[in-house]
Design a protein around this ligand. Structure first.
Ligand SMILES: [Zn+2]
Length: 211
């Protein structure tokens, strides 16, 4: 139940995002959070086994991404013996070649490239930090991860897909493949990986490893 190491020097400060009150950032034990003295909002949290969890969930996400691409995502059967297996890559490809290139590129970026980039980036930053080391360029990667976080839209995609499937089910017989279930699990793993480590903790650990 140890607090994460603070960078040398100090005192360090933390500002409440809701009421702008300035606080001295004290170390908090594992499993607890520091709260604003004025409004009670959470300033930062020391999440249990944060580095191990962030790395493990990211690694699982990458493995699941492999499953998503290897196994069919959807299987469609329509009248006249029409049968088609679809996965994420073939879906994006079909959109690009059938008149909706921007939608296809967006689909590929938000559901394939962004999650792989987020998971790989988290492993690159958090993996070496478990051993108190810092990977070359890790600070730049961590800053990029902060900026890229809102662009990881697997949940939005899954929701949109379910809505369109309800319409599609009227004209064809649609079955979910292994890729779909893996994508659902990927959504939870990505959310868990991102939520595993507080930003304040990540930056403090990077500062300590750098010094
Ligand atoms: Zn506050």
């Amino acid at each position: 139940m140890h607090p994460w190491p603070k960078p040398p020097g100090g005192p360090h400060y933390s500002v409440c995002h809701f009421c702008d009150t300035l606080h001295v950032a004290v170390a908090v034990p594992e499993g607890t959070a520091a709260r604003c003295k004025c409004c009670g909002a959470v300033l930062y949290q020391n999440r249990p086994a944060s580095l191990v969890r962030a790395t493990a969930f990211s690694l699982t996400s990458l493995i699941l991404m492999g499953v998503v691409h290897y196994f069919p995502f959807l299987m469609m059967d329509a009248e006249g013996g029409f049968h088609r297996n679809l996965n994420l890559t073939s879906g994006a490809n079909a959109l690009i070649h059938e008149g909706s290139p921007i939608l296809g590129i967006g689909l590929a970026f938000f559901t394939i490239i962004a999650p792989i980039g987020m998971a790989s980036g988290l492993i690159y930053v958090c993996g070496p930090l478990m051993f108190g080391r810092i990977a070359p360029g890790a600070i730049r990667v961590a800053s990029w991860l902060n900026k890229a976080e809102p662009w990881n839209m697997v949940e939005v995609f899954l929701l949109g897909l379910l809505v369109s499937l309800m319409k599609l089910a009227k004209v064809a017989d649609v079955h979910f493949g292994m890729g779909f279930w893996a994508f659902g699990a990927l959504m939870f793993c990505m959310a868990a990986a991102i939520a595993s480590i507080d930003r304040d903790e990540l930056w403090d650990r990077l500062e300590v490893a750098k010094s």
